[in-house]
Design a protein around this ligand. Sequence first.
Ligand SMILES: Cc1cc2nc3c(=O)[nH]c(=O)nc-3n(C[C@H](O)[C@H](O)[C@H](O)COP(=O)(O)O)c2cc1C
Length: 181
Amino acid sequence: MKILVLTGSPHQKGTTSYLADMFCEGAKEAGHEIYRVNTAKTDVKPCLGCDYCRRNDGECVYSDDMNNIVPYLLEADGIVFVSPLYYFGMTAQIKRVIDRFYAVNSKLRSKSKKAFLISAGSDEDAWAMDGIKAHFQSMCKYLKWEPSGNLLVLGAAKREDVEGTLYSREAKVLGMESFGY
Ligand SMILES: Cc1cc2nc3c(=O)[nH]c(=O)nc-3n(C[C@H](O)[C@H](O)[C@H](O)COP(=O)(O)O)c2cc1C
């Protein structure tokens, strides 16, 4: 299966990129094909809401790195959203990419996909993840994608809080079992 992994942290070697590494390791071991994009390193402009795409068959008014992401997005059988918790939601870096889904909404809604959410935040309170979970669920509902698993780690301020822990194992298992064996 083809899996698109979108990561959203500016930290190249941070908490969530480590969890993404583990997910990818598991998914590769299970034979899946991974295309991974660190959205924080891409040149993807925020959606202008100009509706140029509506008048031009899904073509965006911008020509930027989204051109490289869209073909993988359309083709993927699974999408993994990986973001540190920033103000109880995903980072602006990954959200820029998600907002640009708008240009290809109808194509995205016509192919069923499995979707996964991986996040980590330093807060300890379980409610801290309510917002990001709700956002993920709503996106899946709208896009007609199947929410297929999540790993939401509380009390994780830095990579060392997850490295070599049960969370690391959980991320790997999530990748391995994402589409069954
Ligand atoms: C701008 C900013 C906002 C944050 N907001 C939250 C938050 O709302 N809740 C939380 O638990 N942690 C919050 N954090 C902490 C990060 O989520 C946490 O340090 C995470 O492990 C960073 O992951 P990364 O290394 O993958 O970037 C915030 C950190 C930053 C820099």
